[in-house]
Design a protein around this ligand. Structure first.
Ligand SMILES: [Zn+2]
Ligand SMILES: [Zn+2]
Length: 582
């Protein structure tokens, strides 16, 4: 089995020769052979190293106890490998390995640990697709980019995606979307075991956090002791432990679960206390002098504190306390408020479904009024970005479909790459043909904060930019995203009437909800964009809505909650501003 990233780290930084173990030696040799293959070195050397790694692993005695001369004589090892093993045991590393590692991005070394794709394929992923870490690779599977690469197919892509999901899970952190279905199932299982109990989610999951460390439940019971016993005896979780009135364990995927049981009378107070962050709970209880441990509802607790009821999503710190005190909490956006979907990809660039399939799905299944197509622009060559000629052809198809569809409209958009200097990807005479433009960064993501800020502001100041797409480029649990001065960029959006995207892909949820209030206060509208690359991708809007609610978004400030007529006017007025300045 290839080394996992954890093992790689162990080998690199913490290697201490362990006389009891041949495994670390075998793993190091294997990693060296993989890196040599990745860098296209002599195939005979690679093969003999891989072979030696296998042999060392299977030896019935400790390799560290042998001298160089003795090692050389072991079948399948030979002089050159024996010298490397001695170097490793004496110094903790092999020079050749250290050199190769320094010539390889860290994330690419990590990718070598993914089961099912060998170094040859990793080389293609890295060199041809420009993917440099596991998170980008996972996202590329989502965007269907592996299918096109040499030696890959839909099946490999699906396998790779599954293996990565499993690896992400092994870090103990999960995306909200990964927990979603498990949570529902578990809820039902608890309900089946304890039909008379009151059950609710609490903690991160009830607050709709983008990353979940632990899925927690609260159970209100008339006989806590007996219900604890019932849960403990059940098989709804693995590795069950009991501590006071908490039953804890994990799911098959390694998600930690905590079920707290309380007496019915204490249920509502505990629900309140176990849902909000510590700061939030303190801020609320600090305003109450009487005993509220047996409140009838969470609403009653907020009322006692002279606050309007605060939805679970908003119970982070004291951000919304002031608004609740003045009864000025926003009416949070709901999925039903969405009237259309902007920023989506079809087979014109890297999507799976045709433009017509995407449109019909939105009209018939999602009951939306409009679809904004935003295939990739020409610089995104890896995603079959559209040449000017193809843009014009696509516009013909859209015109044709718009005549055919009644009560539904397709908007001509593009996801224009923001080039290194902040400019957009087409000349003005092409840009002006679109109804709207999403401007996103896809290349050169490793900029310093200042450069990134200047680059983004330049794109925002371009009169053709309608929406700033996935502003930080982050991929949750795997890629941090570039840093920039949020306030300056958001202020620029306000000054230039540019909408900011909340990319609804569960891996992105970018713009982060922590910045929504700042944007809204500045008068910047947000747009919940699925960035769908296939029809199922539209369903991600659900996660976008949750993130938007967490940020306090309300429908009046959500671009795709505008009706077809309203959004037509919005796009039109932006164009008028451009024309007035020409
Ligand atoms: Zn994009
Ligand atoms: Zn996109």
């Amino acid at each position: 089995m290839p080394a996992t990233d954890c093992e790689v780290l162990t080998i690199l930084y913490f290697y201490r020769p362990n006389p009891m173990e041949n495994k670390p030696v075998a793993r190091t040799l294997r990693l060296l052979s993989q890196l040599m293959e990745l860098h296209d070195e002599n195939p005979f050397k690679i093969k003999s190293l891989a072979n030696a790694a296998f042999k060392v692993d299977k030896l019935p005695y400790r390799i560290s106890g042998k001298s160089l001369a003795e090692m050389e004589k072991i079948d399948g090892i030979g002089k050159s490998t024996a010298t490397k093993i001695v170097e490793l045991l004496e110094t903790g590393s092999i020079t050749e390995l250290t050199d190769l590692i320094s010539a390889t991005p860290e994330g690419v070394v990590e990718m070598l640990g993914i089961k099912g794709i060998g170094p040859k394929k990793i080389a293609i992923i890295w060199r041809d697709l420009g993917i440099e870490n596991v998170g980008e690779l996972y996202y590329a599977c989502n965007e269907n980019r592996l299918v096109e690469a040499k030696g890959f197919g839909l099946k490999t892509q699906e396998e790779v995606s599954k293996v990565i999901e499993f690896r992400m899970a092994s870090n103990g952190k999960f995306l909200y979307a990964q927990v979603d279905s498990v949570a529902g199932e578990l809820f039902q299982n608890i309900k089946n075991l304890l039909p008379d109990a009151i059950i609710s989610y609490t903690g991160e999951f009830r607050r709709c956090c983008e990353i979940i460390n632990e899925l927690s439940f609260l159970v209100g019971s008339s006989d806590v002791r007996s219900d604890v016993e019932t849960l403990t005896q059940s098989d709804i979780l693995q590795n069950i432990t009991v501590k006071e009135h908490h039953v804890s364990g994990e799911t098959v995927n390694g998600l930690l679960v905590d079920i707290a049981l309380v007496n019915n009378l204490a249920f509502h107070y505990e629900l309140f206390a176990q849902t909000g962050t510590e700061d939030h709970v303190k801020a609320v209880t600090g305003r109450i002098s009487e005993d509220i441990k047996e409140a009838d509802s969470e609403g009653a607790i907020y009322k006692q504190a002279n606050l309007a009821y605060i939805s679970p999503e908003l119970r982070e710190g004291d951000t919304f306390i002031e608004k609740a005190a003045q009864d000025q909490l926003p009416a949070l956006i709901t999925y039903q408020d969405l009237k259309g979907t902007l920023h989506n990809h079809s087979t014109w660039s890297d999507g799976v479904n045709t433009l017509e399939q995407m449109a019909l799905y939105c009209q018939d299944h999602l009951k939306l009024e409009y679809l904004g197509m935003c295939d990739h622009s020409k610089s995104a060559f890896y995603a079959k970005g559209l040449s000017i000629e193809r843009v014009l052809q696509q516009h013909e198809e859209i015109d044709h479909l718009n005549k055919k569809l009644s009560g539904f409209h397709i908007f001509k958009g593009i996801e224009s790459d923001i080039l290194n200097d902040g400019s957009l990807d087409y000349p003005d005479e092409i840009l002006q043909r679109f109804d709207f433009i999403v401007a996103s960064v896809h290349s050169n993501l490793k900029m310093d904060r200042e450069k990134a800020t200047v680059r983004l502001i330049k794109a925002v100041e371009n009169p053709y930019t309608t929406i700033l797409g996935h502003p930080t480029g982050r991929l949750l649990l795997s890629r941090k995203g570039y840093e920039f001065d949020y306030k300056k960029v958001i202020d620029a959006c306000a000054a230039n009437n540019v909408v900011i995207e909340i990319n609804a892909n569960p891996l992105r949820l970018d713009l982060d909800w922590r910045w929504h209030q700042y944007a809204l206060d500045k008068g910047v509208k947000l747009s919940i964009n699925p960035d769908a690359h296939r029809i199922e991708g539209f369903l991600d809007m659900h996660y976008g809505v949750l993130a938007a609610r967490k940020g306090g978004l309300y429908k009046e400030m959500c671009l795709n909650a505008f009706s077809l007529e309203e959004i037509k006017k919005e796009f039109e007025s932006k164009k008028q501003v451009i024309n007035a300045h020409r």
